[in-house]
Design a protein. Structure first.
Length: 507
């Protein structure tokens, strides 16, 4: 049955005074999370040098945030529906800023992994609350589309601000400073948000079920951990056990939601083809792109020898494209169709990733910059429209849980992408053959090889680095190619799943 969204009743189309100022506070929260995610990629070579993590620990530093946040998003979105979305947003932003300090001053790989996990707990409160508040502040469908576009554009802008600001800080201060930039953003968000954000909640939410929270968290972490370990080390009994426990926990979570009178997540939402198609598109898109996002900064710095600030500027076209596309995506989807905009955007990203399989150590910037611009434009169109579809598909009282599903798909896709595509890069890299005297730790990561080279004779060091960089680029080719296949397949699936789907028009 075709899922066609109906216009909002006229009584809902009231335009709340101060709504655009309130939106400015919400996008600060998005900026906070986006900046944190991107600066980590730039700081990775410095973290490798200072903390000396193993290859597995380095992947955990990169993806544990996504593991935790994916496991808690639904629970936190539902909690916001119950206790108030404004309240959970402000509490989460305060915690996010405080835990950023712990990230900045981590002294061991284990402490860094713990700090990233705790940041995931705080981050899980932010994203569902921002989208849910947009759903409740903007009742006019066209204004809401524009607000969602600004929300997505800010997230994309954060991917540009993060590398540029992070690159500047890395050139002048120690790596921990990149996490401290969260503090002023958090302070502004909390101080202004207290005055401008309206409170909203579900008037009849039912109890917050702790067992459902535990099942959701255990299920997500178990499944993603098993995928990560299987991709890195192959199938082992502990990996299989973790996967089975995770699957059992998710089954228990779904069964419990279907039998509870007031579930944390209304599973009937997934019966709507448009909702399910948008969620699946988000998950697979992020999965396919995550390898590029995580390893591109290392390629720019450790392979092409760019300074951190220059590497940050080099990634700017992706953000520019996403910002521009996000602002016009709603209008484009109404003029053409939802599936045309989403599928076209995803196909463009897939083709750009395919172009990146031609990268070499000496590739000029025009090819890389053009590919990143196309990635940004395609992702901006797709993510903005799917977010609008998801928000418009549910009653306002369930906005937090629905937003959480959208963000869970995003974070789960990121975690799985880093685990799977990251493992492809790592496996390809480890096979490089260095000259005699190459230390074992040089095979753990390219950052470790660069650190080891500083203590080797110049000629031997240069030979080892050339071999290591060649293997790293080969791994990047494999990850980009796999990502291209995923994105093109997702574009085809979205064309069918989003058939007949339309955005609301003003009532």
């Amino acid at each position: 049955m075709t899922s066609t969204l109906q216009p909002a009743p006229a009584t809902e189309a009231v335009k709340r005074p101060g709504r655009w100022l309130a939106l400015s506070v919400l996008v600060l929260a998005v900026l906070l999370v986006a900046v944190d995610a991107t600066v980590l990629g730039l700081a990775t070579p410095y973290i490798s040098e200072d903390l000396n993590p193993s290859g597995t620990q380095l992947l955990w530093i990169g993806d544990v945030y996504s593991f935790v946040i994916a496991g808690l998003l639904v629970s936190m979105g539902s909690l916001g529906d119950r206790i108030g979305r404004k309240r959970i947003l402000l509490v989460g932003a305060t915690a996010f800023g405080a835990i950023s300090v712990l990230n900045a001053y981590a002294t061991t790989p284990a402490l860094m992994i713990l700090a990233r996990a705790l940041l995931g707990v705080a981050g899980a409160t932010l994203m569902p609350a921002t989208l849910a508040l947009i759903r409740n502040i903007f009742h006019d469908p066209r204004e809401r589309s524009l607000a969602v576009g600004i929300w997505g554009a800010t997230a994309s802008a954060g991917t540009a601000v993060g590398p540029i600001a992070g690159g500047f800080l890395l050139e002048h201060f120690w790596w921990g400073s990149v996490f401290l930039i969260n503090l002023p953003v958090m302070a502004v968000l909390v101080l202004v948000g207290i005055r401008t954000l309206p409170e909203s909640r579900n008037p009849d939410p039912g109890p917050w079920d702790l067992l459902s929270v535990v099942l959701s968290l255990a299920g997500m972490i178990g499944i993603v951990y098993a995928v990560k370990e299987a991709a890195t080390h192959g199938f082992t009994w502990p990996t299989l056990a973790a996967g089975l426990l995770g699957a059992a926990a998710l089954y228990g979570f779904v069964h419990r939601q279907l039998t509870m009178p007031a579930p944390l997540l209304d599973m009937r939402l997934f019966r709507r083809r448009g909702f399910s198609g948008a969620v699946l598109a988000d998950l697979l898109t992020v999965l396919g792109m995550s390898g590029l996002v995580f390893f591109l900064s290392q390629y720019l710095q450790l392979v092409q020898g760019r300074r951190p600030f220059e590497a940050g500027l080099a990634e700017l076209p992706a953000a520019v494209g996403a910002v521009a596309a996000g602002l016009i995506a709603g209008g484009a989807a109404r003029r053409f169709s939802v599936r045309a905009v989403v599928s076209g955007g995803l196909a463009a990203v897939g083709l750009a990733l395919a172009a990146l399989t031609t990268l070499s150590e000496s590739t000029g910037y025009p090819l890389l910059g053009a590919a990143l611009l196309v990635v940004g434009i395609g992702a901006g169109f797709s993510f903005t429209v799917t977010a609008d579809v998801i928000l418009s598909s549910v009653p306002r009282d369930q906005a937090g849980a629905a937003s959480a599903v959208s963000e869970t798909a995003y974070e789960l896709g990121a975690a799985l992408g880093i685990a799977l595509l990251g493992s492809i890069v790592t496996a390809a890299y480890r096979d490089f053959t260095g000259p005699a005297g190459t230390p074992a730790q040089a095979h753990e990561s390219l950052g470790a090889a660069a650190e080891a080279a500083a203590h080797m004779p110049p000629h031997t060091a240069q030979t080892m680095l050339e071999a290591a960089r060649t293997s790293f680029v080969h791994g990047l080719h494999l990850a980009s190619g796999a990502g291209a296949v995923v994105l093109l397949g997702t574009a085809a699936a979205a064309w069918f799943l989003l058939r007949g789907q339309r955005l609301e028009s003003a009532g």
